[in-house]
Each structure stands twice: as structure tokens, then as C-alpha cells.
Design a protein around this ligand. Structure first.
Ligand code: F6R
Length: 246
């Protein structure tokens, strides 16, 4: 695992955009896994700007959303479908058929997890997985627990995650209880992983991810075992990392 610390959120997002653009230049038909949430918003904006400027071409790129809330359809403003459409896909020249995501409205969620997991396997894995990190060190919606769940699965969101995400909903009760998430194997099989962390709310989680025990109680810690994982963090998220990372 490599760690790179930037002064600001803006710098972190710029470095992340360069990383993603390099990936697509190197492999124009890259398969990219996408995290939603506040952290990658500026990265996605920068990718849209780069596409408009002609410095990156999404024509052959395929994407897989990392997760989705159960019970929110694509038209719901807090669904990750909606998030990616408005924050990324509307601004890049990606082909509609190249956008894959779990269906949070599927009648049979177990079958939907199996379908989605098979779709990831069918493309021969993900080239670049973009991750955020939860304050409880979750990645995707792989919540802390007694064991890692390898495959795409249904997750009951922890109270900590529901509380952290309540800011996006009108009332705390509106925050979904359930989600579909890629599993740890889906994530760890990616060729490259880029984990973004920004802000003081992530200092503890980032410590656990980078130098804590490798344990399913801190799911991001498993990334220490990945051969091509890069952590990009701004100074405030990295505040508690040991000096050797700074
Ligand atoms: C979102 C996701 C989550 C977020 C994490 C951080 O698709 O999988 O793991 O990356 O909760 O969210 P933000 O960036 O909003 O702090």
C-alpha cells in the first residue's frame, strides 16, 4: 500500500483525476469501479472538465458502481444511480451500455447480487477501483463485522453509517437501512485501487486502514494486502498517520 498526502482536498482531487486519466490513457477500455459519496465529487467534476477539454476519452470505458441503497430507484436524488448520472455520466462521453450498477429496486435482491457479481466476473475484473472510506473504516458498504464478505451481498447498514449518511436525506428516518455492496473479493481482485480520504472525520479510519491490524472490524485494513493500492489523503485526514507517511 502506498500513501500520498496532499495539502488540500483540491490537491487530492487533482492527483486522483490525474491517476484516473493516466489509467484510461494507458488502457482506453478500462473497467473502473466507482464510489459515491462526498469525497470523490471534485474528482468526478475534474474528469468531466478533462473530458470537455479533450484530455480524456470515456468512449470505451466501462464502470461498475460499488454499491446502491435498497429501495431507492434511479430517479431518487439520493440513489447512487442518480448521483453518478448527475455528477459524472452527464459530463463525460461514456456509453450508456457501459454503465453497470446494482439495482436497488430489484424484487429479488439475492438474485440481483448474484447477477451483479457475475457481471463483474464476466469483464475479467476491474482495472481501477475508486474507493472512499467511512468513518468506521467501511469500504463500499462492507461494514465492520466478524468476517469479510467476499462477494456482492445485501448489507444491513450500521447505525454509524446511517448517521453519517443522514446528512443527505431530509430526515434521519429516510436514510435507508439496507444496501447492495460489492464484496471484499470483488474489490481486492481489482488490478489497482485508489482510496480517497478527506477531512478530520476520517483520521481514525485512515489510521486503521493504513497501519492498524488487518481485521474485518476495520474493513479498509484489508487493503494493506493489495499489491497496487494507493491511498490519497489530504492533510486533515492524514493528521494521525505516523511521520513516515508525511
Ligand atoms: C459510497 C461508498 C462509501 C463511501 C464512504 C465515504 O459508494 O461506498 O464507502 O465511500 O461512506 O463517504 P463520503 O465520501 O461521503 O465521506
Amino acid at each position: 500500500m502506498k500513501v500520498r498526502i496532499t495539502d488540500t482536498y483540491e490537491d487530492m482531487s487533482e492527483a486522483a483525476a490525474e491517476f484516473v486519466i493516466d489509467q484510461i490513457r494507458h488502457k482506453p477500455n478500462s473497467v473502473i469501479g466507482l464510489a459515491a459519496g462526498a469525497t470523490p465529487l471534485l474528482l468526478y467534476q475534474k474528469l468531466g472538465e478533462a473530458c470537455a477539454a479533450g484530455t480524456v476519452n470515456f468512449a470505451r470505458v466501462r464502470t461498475f458502481s460499488l454499491d446502491e441503497y435498497i429501495g431507492l430507484g434511479p430517479e431518487h436524488p439520493q440513489s447512487f444511480h442518480f448521483y453518478f448520472q448527475h455528477n459524472l455520466f452527464d459530463h463525460v462521453n461514456i456509453h450508456e451500455d457501459h454503465v453497470l450498477a446494482p439495482d436497488g429496486m430489484a424484487a429479488d435482491v439475492a438474485a440481483e447480487c448474484a447477477r451483479y457479481g457475475a457481471a463483474i466476473e464476466a469483464v475479467d475484473g476491474i482495472d481501477l477501483m475508486i474507493l472512499g472510506i467511512g468513518p468506521n473504516a467501511h469500504i463500499g458498504f462492507n461494514e465492520p463485522g466478524p468476517s469479510f464478505v467476499p462477494e456482492t451481498h445485501v448489507v444491513e447498514l450500521s447505525e454509524a453509517t446511517r448517521a453519517a449518511n443522514a446528512r443527505f436525506f431530509e430526515t434521519p428516518e429516510d436514510t435507508p437501512y439496507w444496501a447492495i455492496s460489492m464484496g471484499i473479493r470483488d474489490i481486492m481482485f481489482a488490478q489497482n485501487i485508489l482510496l480517497l480520504a478527506s477531512g478530520a472525520g476520517k483520521t481514525g479510519a485512515l489510521m486503521q486502514a493504513v497501519c492498524g491490524d488487518i481485521t474485518p472490524e476495520a474493513p479498509a485494513s484489508v487493503l494493506q494486502l493489495h499489491r497496487n493500492a494507493l491511498v490519497l489523503a489530504d492533510r486533515s485526514a492524514a493528521a494521525r498517520l505516523p511521520e513516515k507517511y508525511k
